[in-house]
Design a protein around this ligand. Structure first.
Ligand SMILES: *Cc1c(COP(=O)(O)O)cnc(C)c1O
Length: 357
């Protein structure tokens, strides 16, 4: 029996995508060659990357004046590439510190210039999204993290911003409607809602590039990858291919409208159970709760072993919380069926039935 995969990342992908990827590793497009042994410059692969780009453009409604890139180095390299491309020497960038990943982005930006942290939720272990802040207009750019994967918080309303707005959307891209026009640069490691690890999606408004006074190393310069259509060097062919299949799946399903409704429904029923069940408590501020990563605790530690064993027996996998929060984290990304969420809810009810008289 296939497990219910609640892993935070790499994470669940649609079954049909896994099957097609597996067969393409052996024989791609009836070429009698493997996908991973053909040239990335061959027509069959160019078709793959072109389709991946056009699906991103279609599904997210990306305007023409933005480029779509498939890079390497994960979201973690974007932490550095963003300031390298957008921050002046001795310049200042504005950041919000809303969790572990935001903090890592800040550490890299500080290596290249001044960082002004205008909002910080570390005072309450990142359990909320700070809202009342004003973004200074004399900085090079503003950076935020749309969904804090580890702490289970999510920005529901993005701030108004007059300087370029950069967003790390690694863990909620393609999960909900967003207005691309509000952003100047979006990046996301593929392995949370788009595909396997190995490629990073970057969506960048062309006009913001080439404006700082740095001599940017070739591989770290977004313009290199725009000019070479993500083929400056050998791209991660497998990761791009599987991402393309996942986007095809999403498009066929009905795109963002359909998936957003499903994601809201899944999160709603699970949060409802967390709030109803006497044994559990959610860790994130209610209005900031993520619809992707749902963090909760058992009020009594002594039941943990029992609950973990029940989960194991039912094939519920990957729900142990990150060590900095503890408890549980159910990641319910796009490919997670509602049936798996219901299975988890049933176990929470069962634990309550057996332990509260
Ligand atoms: C996982 C994650 C990252 C790190 O991604 P890598 O691709 O492993 O570098 C960055 N930001 C967020 C929000 C994440 O969830």
């Amino acid at each position: 029996m296939k497990k219910h995969n609640f892993s935070a990342g790499p994470c669940i992908l649609p079954d049909e995508v896994l099957k097609e990827s597996a067969s393409s590793i052996i024989n791609f497009n009836n070429l009698d060659l493997s996908l991973i042994e053909i040239s990335h410059r061959s027509k069959p692969f160019i078709e793959v990357i072109d389709e991946a780009k056009s699906l991103v453009r279609k599904i997210l409604n990306v305007p023409k004046n933005y480029s779509i890139l498939f890079l390497q180095g994960g979201a973690s390299l974007e932490f550095l590439m963003v300031p390298m491309n957008l921050m002046d020497i001795n310049g200042t960038a504005v950041y919000t510190n809303t969790g572990t990943w935001a903090n890592k982005a800040i550490i890299e930006a500080k290596k290249l210039g001044n960082v002004n942290i205008i909002a910080n939720s570390s005072d309450k272990n990142y359990s909320y999204i700070p809202k009342d802040f004003i973004i200074p207009e004399d900085a090079n750019y503003f950076h935020c993290t749309s969904n804090n994967t580890i702490y289970g918080t999510q920005i529901k309303k993005f701030p108004k911003c007059k300087i370029p707005m950069v967003c790390d959307m690694s863990s909620d891209i393609f999960s909900r409607k967003i207005d691309i026009n509000k952003f100047d640069l979006i990046y996301a490691g593929a392995q949370k809602n788009m595909g396997p690890a190995g490629t990073t999606l970057v969506i960048v408004k062309d006009e913001i590039l080439g404006k700082n006074n740095r001599d940017i190393p070739t591989m770290l310069d977004y313009r290199t990858h725009i000019n070479k259509e993500s083929m400056f060097n050998t791209p991660p062919v497998f990761a791009i291919y599987v991402s393309m299949l996942t986007l095809r799946w999403l498009d066929k399903l009905g795109g963002i409208d359909t998936i957003e409704k499903r994601n809201i429904e899944k999160a709603k029923i699970l949060y409802k159970e967390i709030d109803r069940n006497e044994l559990f408590v959610g860790t994130a501020e209610i209005e900031d709760r993520s619809n992707m990563n749902i963090c909760f605790l058992l009020k009594e530690n002594k039941l943990e072993k029992k609950f973990n064993k029940m989960c194991d027996e039912k094939g519920i996998s990957g729900i142990i919380g990150h060590r900095s929060v503890g408890g549980y984290r159910a990641s319910i990304y796009n490919a997670m069926p509602i049936e798996s969420v219901k299975e988890l809810i049933n176990l929470m009810k069962k634990l309550e039935d057996e332990n509260i008289s």
